[in-house]
Design a protein. Structure first.
Length: 194
């Protein structure tokens, strides 16, 4: 039974597990990406994210606390210089786990990549391109669409909307100003034409 089992022991003693996670965290900080099993990646995420949060405040105390865990001067320097400035505005979730579709050949273990979120340039470019495309959001239930019935009732239309009908090409389109009904816009266009 697994009553009260909060961490995955990964088949290792506590000292071996802590040393392994410390080495993996140092490698993740230095190389920004690591290929490992899913179980180790999930354990590493719980291990390294508090360290990344602590690195946001660059004090002597936080440096010593993280050094006691990692015991690698190069990774401490990289963490406080480059990584902490890049994750400064992120409230959490500094790592991402991307699972492979194929398992490891030797023991069929599920494999994945664990990486620092702010260092995957291809996904960041895709995200910024996606933000540029999506300009409006619509509710799921939809909204009222302008139909011929709303035109007949004289409801006001959104500002600067262009009304196009399936009329012959010689019929001009009507531009509706802000706070103006379609009937008023049509009358104003007819007066301008004559």
């Amino acid at each position: 039974m697994r009553h009260g089992k909060t961490i995955n022991h990964l088949g290792r003693t506590a000292a071996h597990r802590n040393a392994m996670l410390s080495n993996m965290a140092s490698s993740l900080i230095l190389h920004k990406r690591l290929t490992t099993t899913v179980a180790k990646a999930k354990a590493l995420r719980k291990f390294v994210e508090p360290l990344l949060t602590k690195s946001k405040s660059d004090t002597t105390h936080s440096r010593r606390t993280i050094f006691a865990t990692l015991q690698n001067k190069e990774s401490i320097k990289e963490l406080f210089d480059a990584v902490a400035t890049k994750i400064a505005n992120r409230p959490g979730g500094y790592t991402r786990i991307l699972k492979f579709s194929d398992n490891r050949l030797g023991d069929n273990a599920e494999m994945c990549i664990i990486e620092l979120v702010d260092y995957n340039e291809t996904l960041l470019e895709a995200k910024t391109a996606g933000e540029a495309k999506t300009t409006t959001r619509r509710s799921r239930r939809g909204g009222k669409k302008a139909t011929d019935e709303t035109v007949a009732t004289g409801e006001t239309v959104a500002p600067a909307a262009v009304v196009e009908t399936s009329a012959p090409e010689d019929t001009p389109t009507t531009t509706v100003e802000e706070g103006q009904t379609r009937d008023e816009a049509k009358a104003a266009d007819e007066e301008a034409a004559s």
